[in-house]
Design a protein around this ligand. Sequence first.
Ligand code: SAM
Ligand code: DTB
Ligand code: SF4
Length: 323
Amino acid sequence: MAGKTFEELQSIYNQPLFELVDKARAVLKENWKQNEIQLCTLLSIKTGGCSEDCGYCSQSARYRTGLEREKLMTVDEVMPYAEQAKAKGSTRFCMGAAWKGVREDTAQFETVKETIREVSKLGMEVCVTLGSLTKTAAQELKEAGVTAYNHNIDTSPEYYKEVVTTHSFDDRLNTIKHVQNAGMDVCCGGILGMGETVDDRIKMLQVLTTFDPAPESCPINCLMTIPGTPMEEQKPVETFDLIRMIATARIVLPKTKIRLSAGRTEMSKETQAWCIYAGANSIFYGNKLLTAGNPENSRDDSLLKDLDLCKQASHSDMALNKA
Ligand code: SAM
Ligand code: DTB
Ligand code: SF4
């Protein structure tokens, strides 16, 4: 789909809430099996000690967040987590590393690629989020079996400078280009609640609509305030702002999986139901995100039961009209 203008997005976002949700729900029904939800499990395979200064992050070495720095996990250490995720019904396993980016020709990168090859054998979608990539690193990840690469733009181009100073918004777009050119799916979204304006959120969505191809998935995270970071005092996101954002994303990215991501521990079942009704069709499943908490599996199972949702079957094609 061709990119939308900021004004087009603003008028979608600002229409009366129920009209917005009605439209988003119609788009969801047209493009997706409305009662299915994709479950993705996260694992931090290299925690903490990151050189970057992302103001929201527990893993930046620049803030005293109390997080213990850990070495890169080995293949054998990772596999039980992937197997358990599969056994519990997740179809995607996403591994994150607290790196500025991938350094090619290192033993660490070889270990990560070996891990990817092993996880692929389980028949799960393999997603990684390892920071910036060169063209070659992207190609090597694709060859190892990565199906999707997560690299968020996080906010508007203008506000990005207030969030991170050690790399730029354009650096993020550059990595996303390499991911697309290597033939991996792009998972790209952002965070709400970092002190940005509603217009910044809309501008972030506007950038996502210019991607070609459109992102395969789009995580919408609510800031989880981490003591010790510059954003520790930020206020929670208003529920109806979150719903508006999800509904708008659903309308402008009709075939993208919209993932209701970080911050669900602070959301009621009803809030989450609204978000899913308005177009979200994926969640992170498992009691931990990368370093922060996520609802227990049992709580999510009861949410899915209450809403009569089923877990997306392994490798089932969720999109009705996807080739
Ligand atoms: N280092 C890699 C990078 O920056 O892309 C991968 C890991 S990074 C932790 C992945 C994403 O998690 C970030 O882009 C951000 O959107 C999200 N995230 C990190 N900390 C968060 C927090 N405290 N609250 C909400 N989302 C967060
Ligand atoms: C994304 O957008 N959200 C996930 C995933 N991509 C890698 C990570 C959320 C991290 C939340 C904070 C933490 O666990 O440290
Ligand atoms: Fe490092 Fe990624 Fe955290 Fe930024 S978001 S500090 S790059 S781990």
